[in-house]
Design a protein around this ligand. Structure first.
Ligand code: 13P
Length: 266
C-alpha cells in the first residue's frame, strides 16, 4: 500500500503569537501552490497560546490554509477537572487541532511521563476523534549497549496497549533517536529505516498486518532540507517530525518540496 507522507513541524516552546502567525502564513502561502493530493499531510504543532492564532489563518475558505493540519504538543487524558496547567483533548479540538503529539522524549525526560500515561493519552486522543503522533526513541547509552530494538518495542507495545487495530491503523508513530534530536546528527537513513521496519513488525504483532501496512511512521532528529530526500527514499520512512528546521517557513517549505520530489520520482 502506498502511504501518504507526513511532514510535521514541532515548534516546541518557541515563537510568540505574531511570530507563529508569520511562520504559519509562510507555510500556507507555499502550500497554496499545490493541490492537497500533491502535498504531503502537512502538520504544525505550535505552543498552546498560539493555537487559536494559527487556526484562524488555517481557515477553510478555500485559500489553502486548510491544507495544513494543527496539532497539540501534549494533552491530558481526563476530559476536564482539577488538573492545573493541563489541557484536554476536547480543548485541543476546540482550538482547531486534529492531531496531538504524545510521548516526546523531552516530556518523558523532563516531565517524567511514563509509558502508562502515554497509553492513556493515546486512548483519550482517539476517543476524542483526534490522531495521536506517538513518539519513541532510544538514548545514546541504550544504543551503545545494544538495547535499541527491545527498548523501542516495549515503548510501542505499552503505548498501543488496549487500542483497537482500526484506531492503531490511523495513528502515527515518530521514531526519534534522542541522540539525534537538536544535535545536528541525523541517524543514518538506512538505520532509521531498519528501526522503523522493526516498529512496523511490532505493530503487525499487536494489531495485524493491515494496521502495520497503513500506520504512518515518521523519522525525527535533526531533519533538514538536505537530509529529507534520502530519508524519504527509504522503504518504510513515511515522513518526518521536524523540530528546529520547522521554525522558519523557508526551511520547512523546502522540506515539504523535497518530499514531493521524492514522491514524484518514486
Ligand atoms: P530537531 O529537528 O530540532 O532535531 O527536533 C526533532 C524533534 O524533537 C521533533 O519532535
Amino acid at each position: 500500500m502506498s502511504r501518504k507522507p507526513i511532514i510535521a513541524g514541532n515548534w516546541k516552546m518557541n515563537l510568540l503569537k505574531n511570530e507563529a502567525k508569520s511562520v504559519f502564513e509562510g507555510v500556507k502561502s507555499f502550500c497554496e501552490n499545490y493541490t492537497a493530493q500533491e502535498l504531503p499531510t502537512v502538520i504544525i504543532a505550535p505552543v498552546f497560546t498560539s493555537l487559536s492564532e494559527v487556526s484562524t489563518v488555517a481557515c477553510d475558505c478555500g485559500c489553502g490554509g486548510n491544507k495544513i493540519s494543527i496539532s497539540g504538543q501534549n494533552c491530558h487524558w481526563e476530559s476536564s477537572g482539577a488538573y492545573t496547567g493541563e489541557i484536554s483533548v476536547e480543548m485541543l479540538k476546540d482550538a482547531g487541532c486534529s492531531y496531538c503529539i504524545i510521548g516526546h522524549s523531552e516530556r518523558r525526560q523532563y516531565f517524567s511521563e511514563t509509558d502508562e500515561m502515554i497509553n492513556k493519552k493515546a486512548k483519550a486522543i482517539l476517543a476524542g476523534g483526534l490522531i495521536p503522533i506517538i513518539c519513541c526513541g532510544e538514548t545514546l547509552e541504550q544504543r551503545e549497549s545494544g538495547v535499541t530494538d527491545s527498548h523501542i518495542s516495549s515503548q510501542i507495545k505499552a503505548a498501543l496497549s488496549g487500542i483497537s487495530s482500526e484506531d492503531i491503523s490511523k495513528s502515527v508513530i515518530a521514531y526519534e533517536p534522542i541522540w539525534a534530536i537538536g544535535t545536528g546528527k541525523t541517524c543514518d537513513s538506512a538505520e532509521a529505516n531498519r528501526v522503523i521496519k522493526m516498529i512496523r513488525s511490532v505493530v503487525s504483532e499487536v494489531a495485524g498486518a493491515d494496521a502495520a501496512d497503513s500506520i504512518r511512521i515518521l523519522y525525527g532528529g535533526s531533519v533538514k532540507p538536505s537530509t529529507i530526500a534520502e530519508q524519504m527514499s527509504q522503504s518504510d520512512i513515511d515522513g518526518a517530525l521536524v523540530g528546529g528546521a520547522s521554525l522558519k517557513a523557508d526551511s520547512f517549505n523546502e522540506i515539504i518540496a523535497n518530499t514531493m520530489k521524492v514522491a514524484v520520482s518514486a
